[in-house]
Ligand binder design. Structure first.
Ligand code: DQA
Length: 142
């Protein structure tokens, strides 16, 4: 099966973006590690990043059309604002696992609400880049 890994705004800047919060791994590092891990799990990865909300909606639909096994979604700041993403998650049958490098519940109050979380099957956060690999293990076990 294929696991879509969707990344939202500003995650293209990982590595240099607030490394004290997000770590020093780049998104390319994370993608490489996930591809390796996916190989050992017998999964394929379809990995994407965008700074645009509607593109994330389109990719959720695409994951559904392709019959993906799961979606790992780090919607970044749209996590805390996007009813459109919540509706898209609810509109598809593919299970969505919410992913964050940091733990938003331990940060500013405006990060405490997660619209993504209201539709997601599971959530892995606060483990840095390892959040993605733990989420992929969860996806493999679905
Ligand atoms: C994030 C947490 C969000 O609150 C923030 O807006 C991000 C990254 C994370 O991975 O820790 O851009 O999703």
């Amino acid at each position: 099966g294929t696991v879509f890994v969707l990344n939202g705004p500003n995650l293209n800047l990982l590595g240099t973006r607030e490394p004290e919060i997000y770590g020093s791994d780049t998104l390319a590092d994370i993608e490489r590690a996930l591809h390796e891990q996916a190989g050992t799990l017998g999964l394929d990865i379809s990995f994407h990043q965008t700074n645009h909300e509607g593109q994330l909606v389109d990719w959720l639909h695409e994951a559904s059309r392709q019959g993906a096994k799961a979606v790992l979604l780090n919607a970044a700041a749209y996590t805390h604002t996007s009813i459109a993403l919540l509706d898209a998650i609810k509109a598809i049958e593919v299970p969505v696992i919410e992913v964050h490098l940091s733990d938003p519940t331990k940060r500013e109050e405006f990060r405490h609400v997660s619209y993504v979380g209201m539709g997601a099957a599971d959530c892995v956060q606060g483990l840095g880049a390892r959040s993605y690999s733990v989420a992929l293990e969860k996806a493999a076990a679905l």
